[in-house]
Design a protein around this ligand. Structure first.
Ligand code: NDP
Ligand code: 8X3
Length: 254
């Protein structure tokens, strides 16, 4: 199979699980992230386990010229075969009242979650348009559906992802490009360790007392939406752990 799925943030969590699941099911991959060593490790692991062709591109989605240069270096034989873009790279940094927020945290979230998603999409959409088919899967969040205490800028960035998913669907429908927004609730990845700036015990406490989602759950969801018949598009999926009813209502074991 010559089809490629382009995945941002494949060095950890959801993106890595998506890479493994799509490759196992016959897809070729373009995996991206900043940590080159992790990309290389994942590439070797997938090549050993499957027949997938795996291209690793290390770049920071916040830097538009890096994004454009990396993607433009792909040979036409590969870029013209990109069928799916999974816009997954993202992060929360910090959690607390808005007036105590740090400028650098705000900029990291907005630059990564919103501008980074736009920079990558701008480069990939022309390949999908040229083929008059394709699928963009944006990883939003329940934080993009509801705002919760201390979530302010992260929630705003994920509301922007939700809006951009709707906008892409409207603007690209005439090119037969599907757009899906996946909005997960609490999932145990490196997300909380990043959010709490390396504080392992605070990060662990987010997942104590219940079974959170795992990265594979989101990979399965992405794979499901990507494998519907050509006339079917799943617009939006909210997926939470069974123990979670809303961003703030979690049923924990006492
Ligand atoms: P992880 O921290 O495990 O993975 C995040 C990925 O994003 C990494 O591969 C990281 O790669 C990449 N990334 C971060 N910043 C950049 C950047 N500037 N340039 C390129 N890549 C970057 O978290 P998750 O897998 O949980 O998160 C994936 C997505 O899911 C995010 O958008 C997150 O907001 C969203 N999400 C997460 C939820 C959760 O509870 N875990 C729930 C809902 C949504 P590297 O550091 O190598 O660059
Ligand atoms: C991650 C889920 O609830 O921490 O997007 O915002 S939450």
């Amino acid at each position: 199979m010559s089809k490629y799925v382009f995945i941002t943030g494949a060095t950890a969590g959801f993106g890595k699980a998506c890479a493994e699941l799509f490759a196992k099911n016959g897809w070729n991959l373009i995996i991206t992230g900043r940590r080159k060593d992790r990309l290389t490790e994942l590439k070797i692991k997938i090549i050993e386990a499957t027949n997938a062709d795996v291209i690793a591109l290390a770049f920071d989605v916040r830097h538009q010229s890096e994004v454009a240069q990396s993607i433009n270096q792909l040979p036409n034989s590969i870029s013209s075969n990109i069928e799916i873009l999974i816009n997954n790279a993202g992060l929360a940094v910090g959690k607390g009242p808005i007036d105590e927020g740090e400028l650098d945290d705000w900029e990291r979230m907005i630059d990564t979650n919103v501008k980074g998603l736009l920079y990558v999409s701008k480069e990939i959409i022309p390949f999908l348009k040229a083929n008059q088919k394709g699928h963009i899967i944006n990883i939003g969040s329940i934080a993009g559906k509801q705002v919760y205490p201390g979530g302010n800028v992260y929630c705003a960035s994920k509301h922007a992802v939700d809006a951009l998913s709707q906008a892409m669907r409207i603007d690209l429908v005439s090119h037969k490009i599907k757009v899906t927004n996946i909005a997960p609730g609490a999932a145990e990845t490196e997300f909380s360790l990043v959010r709490f700036k390396g504080n392992q015990s605070t990060a662990d406490s987010v997942y104590n007392g219940y079974s959170p989602l795992i990265a594979f759950d989101i990979a399965e969801t992405a794979f499901f939406v990507a494998t519907r018949p050509s006339h079917v598009n799943i617009n939006d999926i909210v997926i939470m752990p069974t123990a979670q009813a809303s961003p703030t209502v979690l049923h924990k074991d006492s």
